[in-house]
Every structure is written in C-alpha cells, then in structure tokens.
Design a protein around this ligand. Sequence first.
Ligand SMILES: Nc1ncnc2c1ncn2[C@@H]1O[C@H](COP(=O)(O)OP(=O)(O)OP(=O)(O)O)[C@@H](O)[C@H]1O
Ligand SMILES: [Mg+2]
Length: 226
Amino acid sequence: MPKDTSTLTLTGVSKTYPGAEIPVLRGVELRAGAGETVAVVGPSGAGKSTLLHLIGALDTPSAGSIRLGDIDVTALTGAALAVYRATRVGFVFQDHHLLPQLSARENVLLPTLAAPGGDPARADALLTRVGVAHRADAFPAQLSGGERQRVAIARALINGAGLLLCDEPTGNLDRDTGTGIIDLFLDLAAEGVTVIMVTHNLTHAARFTRCLELRDGAPVPLEVMA
Ligand SMILES: Nc1ncnc2c1ncn2[C@@H]1O[C@H](COP(=O)(O)OP(=O)(O)OP(=O)(O)O)[C@@H](O)[C@H]1O
Ligand SMILES: [Mg+2]
C-alpha cells in the first residue's frame, strides 16, 4: 500500500538538548525494514518521544546518523526537508489532533493541501482501509476515541508515507479499543507499512516484531520475538 518501502537505519544516535548537560539519547541503534513493527518502551523521560521527533526530522540528533533508504535524514534542509516531513513519515499521537470543524474525510485530506492534487477518493479508500468509511462525514466530536484514532491513522498515510511514527497511540483508549488499533497496525505492516510505536503497554509491545527498550537514553535491545 505505501509508495515508500525504504529501510530505516539509525546508527549511534545521540541527542543532548541545547543547554542541557546530560544526553537524552545515547548511542541508539535501530534498523526497521518495510513492514517491520518496532515498539519503543521505557520509563517516562527516557527519550522515547525525542527519538520519534528525530526520525520524523522535527529535530536533529547531536551525533549519529538517521537514514531512510538513500535519504540522509539529518542532512535534509529547505524543500527536501519539507517533502520528507510531508510525504515519507506520518505521525500518530496519543491525542488524535483532528481539527474539530472538519469532517473525518476533510481531516484525512488536510495534509494534501500543501501539495495540490488531494484526492477525496483516496481519503475514502483509506477510511475504508482503517474501518471507518461509514463515518466519513462525521465530525471528530461525533466519533468514538477508537474511530478518531483510525481517522488520524488514515490522515498519517494520505501522502503515501511508508513509515508511521506513533507516540502512545492507545494511551487514551480502553483495552479492547486499543487492541483493535494494534490489530490495525499489524494489518498495515503486513501491507508494507513500517510502524515505530512508543507504548507503555507491554502486551501491545510483545505483539510487535521488535522491542527497543530505552533506559536513561541508552538502548537495552531486547528481542521479544525472533
Ligand atoms: N525540547 C526540549 N528541550 C529540552 N529538554 C527536552 C525537550 N524535550 C524533551 N526534553 C527532555 O528530554 C527528556 C526526554 O523527554 P521525552 O519527551 O523524549 O521522554 P519520553 O520517554 O517520551 O517520556 P514520556 O513517557 O513521559 O512521554 C526529558 O527529561 C525531557 O524533559
Ligand atoms: Mg513521550
């Protein structure tokens, strides 16, 4: 399904925020090919959200390299940086971040506004894919929490991104609804989408291909499954 099926590779990634003495991340290594699912776990403050921001090129590491296929993510500037953020990665947050005055379909189309050619048919196809086609005309306030997250996932995929960066996407959902979202991530991964997900839920983490545990910013690699 995604246009882009490049492998994500992090090598020796470290991050020290300006003015801070202690690094938030130290020597993080990660490799995720198309369709792989990686759970990022660790205590509050371990640097999990920071790691997603670096992969999404919202911030730059202090050392190390981040590559998506042949793209050197940390070297991107100007138009190339904007294209990467808009088309190569999709973010899903704990809060859905949908605009309340737009319908589900319009929210999904929002990221296409910067690049002319947004296709309502593609939005509807994605809403079908994530299981909420029947709610396309509803506004966020009329949707359940799980439905809102499904719309947010469709929005993250509308520009063809092959890499989903999810920060505690089930954090606000009850157990069964959260399990349904994880089921959806695994289905999308089977179609080639790479999913990197921060979670505090170890049951969810165990269903992913791999688990990256961060402790004091450093990785504790742990193979949950072969
Ligand atoms: N923009 C920033 N400037 C300075 N320090 C920051 C910034 N963002 C995060 N930090 C600090 O970096 C550390 C890691 O933050 P981060 O948000 O990555 O942790 P986390 O693992 O996502 O935690 P949580 O599970 O609570 O979401 C924290 O000590 C935080 O205060
Ligand atoms: Mg966080």
